[in-house]
Design a protein around this ligand. Structure first.
Ligand code: FES
Length: 160
């Protein structure tokens, strides 16, 4: 019978400093990710965090998603269905990246519309509730149907 190597598990694990060095992400950020459930560690006998080596790919995915402006809560939700103890597969990445690409496309479309309306306002300055598309976002966005709201209404601004 073959003896198990007790050091094998340790070799597969990384300290938070090692994860920080290899991923280029600050230790404080890694701790933050962990509090949000994006990554997971276990505690060793000395109560120190130990991360599975596969966390590096997970952190890389988180960073890429953040670069595209995906909110951390959305990233956490997308990753929540993927186990922490196995590497993300090409299929996992394909599913995640397709979802985030759709979100990115929608944001680009919203920002493009906002920019175009802003262009019309340059040099005007009326800020009319009736005529200015930036002041009257409900009419402007109402034509687009349900979806993200680009601008605060006066009621939202005055709530606090
Ligand atoms: S400021 Fe006049 S249309 Fe927007």
């Amino acid at each position: 019978m073959m003896k198990k190597n007790p050091g094998a598990r340790l070799e597969l694990e990384l300290t938070v400093g090692e994860v920080a060095t290899r991923s280029g992400v600050a230790v404080s950020t890694l701790h933050f990710y962990e509090t949000k459930g994006l990554i997971q560690s276990r505690r060793n006998r000395g109560n120190q965090r130990r991360y599975p080596r596969v966390v590096l790919r997970r952190v890389a995915v988180i960073k890429v998603a953040q670069k595209t402006g995906i909110p951390l809560a959305d990233i956490a939700e997308a990753l929540s269905v993927l186990p922490h103890d196995r590497p993300l597969t090409a299929k996992d990445w394909q599913r995640l990246s397709e979802t985030w690409k759709r979100q990115l496309d929608a944001r680009i479309a919203s920002l493009t519309a906002l920019r175009d309306h802003l262009t019309g306002c340059i040099g005007c300055g009326c800020l009319s509730m009736e005529d200015c598309p930036l002041r009257n976002p409900l009419d402007m966005l109402g034509e687009k149907g349900a979806g993200p709201i680009l601008l605060e209404t006066d009621e939202e601004v005055n709530v606090s």
